[in-house]
Design a protein around this ligand. Structure first.
Ligand SMILES: [Zn+2]
Ligand SMILES: [Zn+2]
Length: 918
């Protein structure tokens, strides 16, 4: 029988393309609700249809794919539901930029034509991210790929909207919302990014109307908004101002006088002057205060955030100076006008948070407008409970409090957006009932629905209004927040509102893997909507992974030039190397500091795996024999026992979402135990290919290797499939083979204990060789003392193995021989190997040892200092602490051995000086 061959070197590129296509063709990722096995389902966090794969996606999807492949191999009925998000504002921006390049605008095109253009763009370019996820090896059920605007999901959106409305959980009203003057749409609170900047704090003089000699000093960071002030507030118990409540001040730069009100909520007596202006139409706190005191709201900004002073009664000179200007240009003019009139007391630098649109980074303005809101408290309460009682587990646990804190303080969700691309709100208004036709909005021609118009909410356009008027129904022009449809993702993708077999089998899903940045945007809302509409949580576990940063821990950004492009590194090092790197670095709660060298390092790991496979194939002869594990040689029994332990560890760690520990266990086993030690140990046995021992060793080599490939497959799907196919195996693809499970008959406590003695012996021998600076190729004589008769028996039994592994001639196992000055002896826990110092350049060796003790001593002092610092111990993650303690242990042990050596070398040197002839 001819043995299958592997190319000399591993070339990931053609292997990856070839296998991915075969997996798809064989339908290996497809889920059938009727299949046996306990369901295991996951929904992908749908990437934006405008997206292109970045390292964040790569991390997120690698971790998901590891779980999915592992569970599939475990025999679970696995579904990984893929799809994309229509990404309202982001996608509309992309197409608008294209139109701009063509010299036209969406307003010129009109709504229908514009939407046709967006769909056309989506068909052509919207699949980019999907093909990139395939390159990453993501084993999604692509036959089920969904899009948040496809027919089924849009149906689910309308159903939810109508039901929420019926239940009194949706309302339309004039409220102050965050407004992006560039995107021309409302944003929800969490769509506003806050950036700290240094602005100015202006203190302005407001004179009393009936006694202009008396002034109230009022501080503000936005002086132009004073034109919309409708009151000044002081604390009702503030002795300085209490008597002024009920009087009026003259509003600077206008002909208006406004009241002084007492408000203990808005005013902090200790802050600033203790008097604050109230601008209900342009500030969230002032809006609330305005409601408390029934103040009028004066809008001074239009939708572009340009000043419009018609309602403000501004002085004509003021109006002339700033009318129509954007805020940024108006502010210095207002400052100048105040200065000219002697109304500016002072201005000083001031740190403040500036809100920006998360899509386009334009400064967001609070704006008064008619919007749709979800009344959120009744939805939030059950979602808080579900996390509190553990029906949804948030992992790592630390993020649970973030979730609970935010949910307990949650505000109504503004769900309407003034854009075109998205789910148009299923609400209609009757113009005939209202009495007048609705005005047109100037900017995009959409109808401007009056605040008091009554909405008819329905899944489809009603034939007539309740009074029977036909032909006069106008649909709400606004669309829904993108996150409205993604909140339904775990059940809408399974066919809801229809009761499908998929829904029955796979809901609730098992796990959600996501980044922290969308905990509120998405995760919290999915929990609320799942509980409301499915009566159950959408997933059991939420695993939150960290962010990927550069090697220095800096955020990756194009401007810094520190971006690692996953497509580029996959091309260069192979997809498996990238995946393994990301998994190995995914420690909970700690950012992934990604350096290209790490990926290169794991590329070397793939080469190591490949070379081991080639070694194995060289020795396989096609003959299959069965030797019970207990009957096999010592190295065979040892590697099977280690394999068994590794299987246990990997499985346990994956169950805890410890991708870092799981991958580290596989890596340690393959590289250090199988490749470095086991293969070396069995080389002598393989030299006589017809011996019984060689046969059983070949069996173990192959059996272990095949198991190892299945163990590694979820992390490195491509190389494992390629190699697995060349090994003796059962089945068509590794993708659906069982994941290794621990086997009692592989476990051998005795083999592991014997191995530990040999390891200690070898390690000390290596150190002696290194201390004396003898080259690896030099054959040495060693005497080894075993501390007990049992240890000596083990050493005797494996004498040949030690000689082979350590390049030793005639290993002597015996009692210690004190007072032999020429021998360097290092003392371990069970053994004391000794070798001659005669051939070493001792002066140099001595110097070296002294230097090493010094460097390591410094390191030990450094670690001790850290560990003695209660602050460090309290704050450091437990892993860092363990790592530091282990390091301290290791370094201290090395110093102990080096000191033993220094003493013996010192004696020998002085002895040689005393009797130079010896
Ligand atoms: Zn914007
Ligand atoms: Zn009507």
């Amino acid at each position: 029988m001819s043995t299958p061959q592997l190319e000399k070197t591993y070339s990931p590129h053609d292997v990856e393309d070839r296998w991915y296509q075969r997996w798809i063709d064989a339908g290996l990722f497809h889920a059938d609700p009727a299949d046996p096995g306990q369901p295991y389902a996951m929904v992908i966090p749908p990437p934006n249809v405008t997206g292109s794969l970045h390292v964040g996606h790569a991390l997120n999807n690698t971790l998901q794919d590891i779980l999915i492949r592992w569970r599939r191999m475990q025999g679970r009925n696995v579904l990984w539901m893929p799809g994309t998000d229509h990404a309202g504002i982001a996608t509309q921006n992309v197409v608008e930029r294209q139109l701009q390049a063509e010299g036209t605008t969406r307003e010129t095109l009109g709504r229908d034509e514009f939407l046709t253009r967006v769909w056309r763009w989506k068909e052509k370019s919207g699949g980019t991210i999907i093909s990139q996820l395939k390159r990453l090896g993501a084993s999604c059920d692509w036959e089920r790929e969904r899009f948040t605007m496809d027919e089924g999901l849009s149906e689910a959106v309308r159903e939810v909207f109508v039901r929420l409305h019926q239940d009194g959980l949706l309302y339309r009203g004039e409220r102050l919302i965050n407004w992006c003057p560039r995107c021309l749409t409302a944003l929800s609170d969490i769509e506003v990014e806050h950036e700290e900047i240094t602005g100015k704090l202006y203190t302005i003089r407001y004179a009393l109307a009936d006694d202009p000699a008396q002034v109230l000093l009022v501080a503000t960071t936005r002086p132009e908004t004073l034109l919309g002030d409708t009151a000044v507030a002081v604390h009702p118990e503030d002795e300085r101002y209490r008597h002024l409540i009920g009087k009026r001040v003259r509003l600077p730069l206008t002909t208006r006088a406004i009241p002084i009100v007492g408000d203990s909520i808005l005013v902090d007596r200790e802050f600033g002057t203790g008097a604050v202006k109230i601008t209900p139409a342009h500030d969230f706190n002032d809006f609330e205060a305005g409601n408390r005191h029934a103040l009028t709201r004066i809008k001074i900004l239009d939708i572009h955030a340009n000043l419009r002073l018609a309602g403000s009664m501004a002085d004509p000179t003021v109006a002339q100076a700033v009318e129509g200007l954007p805020v940024a240009k108006a502010r210095p003019k207002i400052e100048q006008l105040l200065t000219d009139q002697g109304l500016l007391e002072k201005s000083e630098p001031h740190k403040m948070a500036l809100g920006k649109c998360y899509r386009c980074k334009t400064v967001v303005e609070p704006l008064l407008s008619d919007q749709w809101f979800v009344k959120i408290k009744p939805l939030a309460e059950p979602a808080i409970q579900a996390v509190e009682d553990g029906r949804v587990r948030i992992i790592p646990d630390a993020w649970k409090n973030n979730y609970l804190g935010w949910m307990r303080d949650i505000k109504d969700w503004c769900v309407s957006r003034q854009i075109w691309w998205g789910h148009q709100i299923p609400a209609w208004y009757c113009e005939t009932c209202y009495g007048t036709p609705f005005l047109r909005r100037s900017s995009d021609g959409a109808p401007l629905i009056p605040s008091d118009a009554v909405a008819i909410v329905a899944k489809t356009k009603p034939d007539a209004c309740p009074l029977g008027h036909r032909d006069a129904l106008v649909q709400e022009p606004d669309v829904l927040d993108t996150w409205f449809s993604s909140a339904l993702w775990p059940f809408s993708t399974l066919g809801w509102p229809k009761q499908t077999p998929e829904l029955k089998t796979f809901y609730p899903t098992s796990t959600l893997v996501t980044g922290l940045d969308i905990l509120f945007f998405w995760v919290a809302r999915m929990i609320m909507m799942g509980l409301k509409f499915m009566g159950d949580v959408p997933f059991r576990d939420v695993y939150i992974h960290a962010l990927v940063r550069d090697a220095e821990g800096q955020k990756m950004s194009k401007s810094k030039g520190n971006v690692i492009d996953p497509l580029h590194v996959m091309e260069q090092y192979g997809t498996d190397a990238l995946r393994f790197t990301l998994a190995a670095m995914a420690s909970p709660g700690r950012d992934v500091k990604l350096a290209e060298e790490r990926i290169e390092g794991y590329r070397n790991f793939t080469n190591k795996i490949w070379n081991a496979a080639r070694f194995l194939l060289m020795h396989l002869d096609g003959e299959r024999i069965e030797v019970a594990p207990a009957q096999r040689s010592f190295p065979d029994r040892w590697i099977l026992s280690r394999l068994n332990a590794t299987i246990r560890t990997v499985t346990h760690e994956l169950e805890q979402y410890r991708f870092d520990r799981a991958s580290s266990a596989v890596y340690q086993f393959i590289w250090h135990e199988y490749c470095d030690k086991y293969i070396e140990m069995v080389k002598p046995a393989l030299k006589n290919p017809n011996s019984e021992q060689a046969k059983s060793t070949r069996q173990t080599l192959a059996e272990t290797y095949e198991t190892m490939m299945r163990l590694l497959h979820p992390f490195m799907p491509f190389i494992t499939e390629e190699i697995w196919q060349t090994l003796p195996h059962e089945g068509d693809s590794i993708v659906r083979r069982p994941y290794p499970t621990a086997r009692q008959d592989w476990e051998s406590q005795a083999a592991e204990e014997e191995f530990a003695i040999l390891e200690e012996c070898r390690e000390l021998m290596n150190q002696e060789r290194a201390i004396l600076n003898y080259p690896a190729g030099k054959r040495l004589h060693f005497k080894v003392h075993g501390k007990t008769p049992e240890i000596r028996e083990v050493l005797n039994k494996h004498k040949k193995l030690i000689e082979h592994m350590e390049n030793v001639e005639n290993l002597m196992v015996g009692s210690p021989q004190p007072n032999i000055l020429e021998l360097l002896t290092l003392t371990g826990d069970s053994v004391e190997p000794a070798t001659s110092m005669q051939d070493a350049e001792l002066e140099k060796v001595n110097e070296n040892v002294t230097k090493q003790i010094e460097t390591r001593g410094k390191e030990v002092a450094r670690i001790r200092q850290k560990l003695d610092n209660p602050d460090f111990v309290a704050k450091a993650p437990s892993e860092v602490l363990t790592e530091q303690r282990e390091r301290l242990e290791r370094e201290s042990r090395a110093i102990r051995l080096l000191e033993q050596a220094r003493q013996q070398i010192g004696w020998y040197i002085s002895e040689r000086k005393r009797s130079p002839t010896s």
